[in-house]
Design a protein around this ligand. Structure first.
Ligand SMILES: [Zn+2]
Length: 170
């Protein structure tokens, strides 16, 4: 019985360590009320792909954050595309289709081999919404005076569901 407190303390350390590890890995940048979390769906793509994504409603905006990653360090010369984002209502209607650049603009072939993105949609998405994301290997907006986080309309948004071609822009 005298060993019981030791194991209790050990178990506590493990739990605390696990929780803090989760927080470090969080891409949302802190605690988010579960009621305000918007589900995301990462559409697979080769070579470069959306590795992490999270979205939540913050007042009058919907913040979408995530990370784009190279599959292999020698997979491709450039990883300078963008992330296509599509807001799909619970009835399958596409509410918005928008794109965002990531930072750094060309994903490094060494180290983390990833880049971050953040998109603030200027509205709170309705309940039941799913946000789809896909990396788009395109030079669109590459010559423009665009910066990471600036939103633009991609003419061939790759995250639009195939069965829904009608895009209702706000
Ligand atoms: Zn695109």
């Amino acid at each position: 019985m005298s060993r019981l407190p030791y194991f209790t303390v050990l178990a506590l350390f493990i739990v605390v360590g696990f929780l803090s590890g989760c927080q470090e890995g969080s891409i949302s940048g802190g605690y988010v009320d579960p009621a305000l979390v918007v589900p995301t769906e990462k559409i697979p793509s080769e070579d470069v792909y959306v590795a992490e994504a999270a979205a939540h409603i913050d007042g009058q905006i919907t913040r979408v954050v995530g990370r784009v990653k190279r599959a292999l360090n020698n997979c491709c010369h450039n990883a300078t595309g963008h992330v296509d984002i599509v807001v799909v209502a619970d009835d399958g209607i596409v509410l918005d289709a928008i794109s965002v650049l990531f930072s750094p603009r060309n994903i490094s072939k060494t180290g983390k081999m990833s880049a971050k993105f953040k998109a603030d949609l200027p509205y709170a998405v309705p309940e039941g919404t799913v946000i789809r994301l896909r990396y788009h290997d395109s030079l669109h907006a590459v010559d423009k005076d665009a910066y990471a986080g600036s939103l633009f309309h991609c003419e061939q948004n790759m995250a639009v569901p195939e069965e829904h071609t009608a895009v209702v822009l706000p």
